[in-house]
Write a protein that binds this ligand. Sequence first.
Ligand code: AMP
Ligand code: MG
Length: 412
Amino acid sequence: VSAPLRAWIVASGDELVQGRNVDTNSAWLARALLELGVETERFLVLGDDEPALCALAQEASRSVELLLVTGGLGPTLDDVTRHALAAAAGVELDEDAAALEDLRAWFAARGRPFSESNARQALFPRGAERLSNALGTAPGFLLRSGRALVAALPGPPREMERMFQDELRPRLERALPPRAPRCVARFFLFGLPESSFADRCGEWMARGADPLLGVTAHAGVLTAQLASSSQALLDARVTQFRERFGEWIFSETSGDLGRALGEACLERGITLATAESCTGGLVAERLTRLPGISAVFGWGCVSYANAAKQDLLGVEAALLESHGAVSLPVAEAMARGASLRSGARLSIAVTGVAGPGGGSETKPVGLVCFATSLDGVLQSTERRFAVRGRDLIREFAALTALDLARRRVLGR
Ligand code: AMP
Ligand code: MG
């Protein structure tokens, strides 16, 4: 198995280092390179700084197989990528007659005057291959510099992505040496804290492991990725992973819990309804992202005030009085009411304290009560989410509701 190919990705632009724009190109490119079996070692963000870019390109040409640079290909004097990369490779810049002709034609086709500064965009490092730009004026290029292939792509993401797909990617596939295939599997889990996940799979995440397991977490959803140089190794680990984590895996294709619940209901023809207090409709919002969900979801209510819980769901005033709006009996009454009034087989109810105010000793901020009713059988549970802000508590609550409902549909 050959050594992995490594890349550096540079984003250049004063607007990036001044914090006016965020570098999204590098992340996009790193994902695209992974599909080609190239691992990105570094992201670097520079201003429009010719000496700095030149020095970096020289270092890259000694260190890695691939350097990708985005930005700095415009017509103005602050667009220095061409000059910096030519200097790093130790070659002159030449005006390319065909490129100049294309530029003139581009302006003529749009009835715009061609200004001499645009001629800058027809300059290429000697020996470079031109990458044409289907969506703008700035062509890119590809050249060899030391051990590295160096590519320059435009800054605007749409132009950059199109040029990568149409022009650069096919050339990289031909030019790069043979490399180990990269086999990838993904899992999406809910309800398992990241630290417990780590405890259960520690050795699988050791640096250099093959397959290598990586994990990221957001609002209770863990995204785990297994990457390997061999399909056989990957398949074996996937089987072990499912055995170890099956209880928490809700999908192997998408991190969207609304979709997981929606699809589970659609497959089984189970109709569902929602009754939400502290999540203010987030559960319904997640569900309705799924095209076709109307076949099973037709009814959701936001019953924020006590009066709304009584009017819309038939929750008894006495129950609210004796237990408080955030309580298991009220969550159950909300779920029962949603089922009765909607006629749905499954209902989901959420009521909690999202904060930052409104908490008490017995009902602290972060306490959320859930109830589900499936074919008349109620279940309820409560969670205490860490106090990390109202938005996150609401998001955690919505996702927990979706997951509880999904588990009921699956009979877990
Ligand atoms: P350029 O003329 O090629 O230097 O890039 C012009 C525009 O592209 C900038 O004003 C940004 O809006 C956008 N852009 C440049 N670099 C990036 C980047 N790394 N990520 C996202 N957008 C970028
Ligand atoms: Mg720029």
